[in-house]
Design a protein around this ligand. Structure first.
Ligand code: DC
Length: 260
């Protein structure tokens, strides 16, 4: 069999004839090596869904079980929103959103997200940020800025990322896409419990209104609205414990890894 060219320092040598059996064996070995490398580098897992469905909790726990990196994509939109609030940036009037983004550096560290060197993991979780983040994240320059950084993070694989557009826009090639769902009243109660622990004055209706507002904007915005990707698996956790949902997601992930 002809057609195998060996190239040493750019100099093609004469075609070498090899036996078909040897050719098949070499390709098989190459295929096995590539498969092992794929398994070692891992897969990309995208978890999307409405606010307060428990995406971050699931994504964090799943990443820990698999030894993967976890990225909270919403934290990036929240950090940008915090930057706009702190700098009184009038994003509705100002056509300079793209320029303002040039002053923002987002990095993930062990404590969470850092905005220009400051850990803002707590500061981005206030109702003030939550009330504005959906509007900010619907802006085209903001999405372009964030999605480009997220796609770079995915180059190394071995990643669990949660958000709204991860399976549809950021990683349409993700090996596992989970669309997380929970009944609206359950989501509101979970969010209320979380926020009232930090701020006892918070009202249930205020939390409900905020969730409904964000659901509406996240699913109706023009660019990358929240959608269940065609190849995403639906996980309704309304009646599941954290461990139950984690076991289900882990089984799906391991099956995808084994299939590589
Ligand atoms: O997941 P979260 O609630 O922290 O996200 C905050 C907001 O950011 C959410 O209302 C919509 C937006 N978001 C987005 O548009 N795309 C993502 N991939 C993640 C979040």
């Amino acid at each position: 069999m002809h057609g195998i060219y060996w190239v040493v320092r750019g100099v093609p040598l004469k075609p070498k004839s090899i036996h078909p059996a040897e050719f098949l064996l070499r390709n098989f070995l190459l295929y096995r090596i590539l498969s092992v490398l794929c398994v070692m580098s891992g897969i990309i897992i995208a978890i999307d869904g409405f606010s307060s469905t428990g995406k971050s909790t699931l994504a964090k726990q799943l990443a820990k079980r698999l030894g993967y990196v976890y990225i909270d994509s919403g934290a990036m939109y929240r950090a940008i929103t915090l930057y706009f609030i702190r700098n009184n940036f009038d994003w509705k009037q100002d056509a300079e959103v793209g320029d303002a983004l040039q002053n923002i550096e987002l990095v993930f560290g062990p404590e969470g997200i850092y905005l220009n060197g400051e850990c803002v993991e707590q500061a981005i979780r206030t109702l003030e940020v939550s009330s504005l983040v959906s509007e900010i994240s619907a802006l085209e320059p903001v999405r372009r800025f964030v999605v480009a950084q997220q796609q770079k993070m995915g180059l190394k694989k071995g990643l669990v990322m949660d958000g709204r557009d991860i399976g549809t826009t950021v990683f349409p090639q993700a090996e596992l896409k989970i669309y997380l769902f929970a009944q609206p009243e359950i989501r509101t109660q979970r969010r209320y419990n979380e926020l009232s622990a930090k701020n006892p004055a918070i009202q249930f209706d205020e939390v409900l209104a905020n969730l409904q507002h964000r659901d509406h904007i996240d699913s109706t915005r023009e660019i990358s609205p929240l959608r269940q990707a065609k190849d995403a698996v639906l996980l309704d956790n309304s009646a599941l414990t954290l461990n139950e949902q984690l076991d289900i997601a882990e089984a799906w992930a391991r099956a995808r890894i084994q299939a590589l």
